[in-house]
Design a protein around this ligand. Structure first.
Ligand code: 5GP
Length: 193
């Protein structure tokens, strides 16, 4: 049985979300450009509820759009937040690197994280804004495995289930929680699961 959508986010998507051709949902007015901190807080509280049975000591995300929701969750739980970087800093060695294909940009990019902040003793909860085909999530799984750390779960604000990344992650036995699940954006109509 799937978990129901988080009502406050669902209502906001219906009010302010915009469909773009190619199955893209624009949420620039409250998540991706202008940010609504009150909604972020409510969503983080919902993540805390949904991951209450899971043990983790660190929150991991990918820059840039995952950082705000990850920070809010880390703030509420008093846990450190690490974001995987999309450009390797020249000052950083001791790096873990993986390649991620971006569906919105239609190209691959490298994602990296310092071994100083992702260690074998870490149990990480991954947080991101969108789950689509699951490529960013697969990159994160690779980084976590390279580090010898444990993946405690993956939380997404919005899952587009018609792109099936969530199916793949759940088949791997990963605990995946998405606060709003969209099953179709056909004809620019937002249809929730
Ligand atoms: P995936 O790697 O799961 O295919 O896509 C996830 C990443 O692509 C997210 O981190 C997000 O930044 C971006 N993304 C995928 N679909 C959408 C979308 O419909 N709208 C926006 N704004 N970003 C998306």
């Amino acid at each position: 049985m799937s978990t129901p959508c988080f009502g406050a986010l669902q209502a906001r998507i219906l009010r302010d979300g915009k469909c773009l051709p190619g199955g893209i949902l624009k949420v620039d007015g409250f998540i991706n450009h202008q940010i609504d901190p009150d909604l972020l807080e409510q969503m983080s509280v919902e993540f805390i509820r949904r991951f209450a049975s899971v043990e983790f000591n660190k929150i991991l995300t990918i820059e840039a759009s995952g950082i705000a929701p990850a920070i809010m969750l880390g703030f509420l739980l008093h846990l450190p937040v690490v974001f995987a970087k999309k450009k390797k800093p020249s000052t950083m060695d001791n790096m873990l690197t993986t390649s991620v294909f971006s569906f919105t940009k239609n190209r691959s990019y490298d994602v990296c994280c310092s071994k100083d902040f992702l260690k074998p003793s870490d149990k990480v909860l991954f947080i991101d804004d969108f789950l689509a085909n699951g490529n960013a999530a697969k990159g994160i799984i690779d980084l976590v495995q390279q580090a010898g750390a444990q993946l405690a779960g993956m939380g997404f604000l919005i899952e587009k289930s018609f792109q099936h990344g969530g199916d793949y992650l759940r088949e791997q036995g990963i605990k995946v929680e998405s606060l709003a699940v969209i099953k179709s954006l056909d004809n620019c109509t937002i249809e929730f699961a």
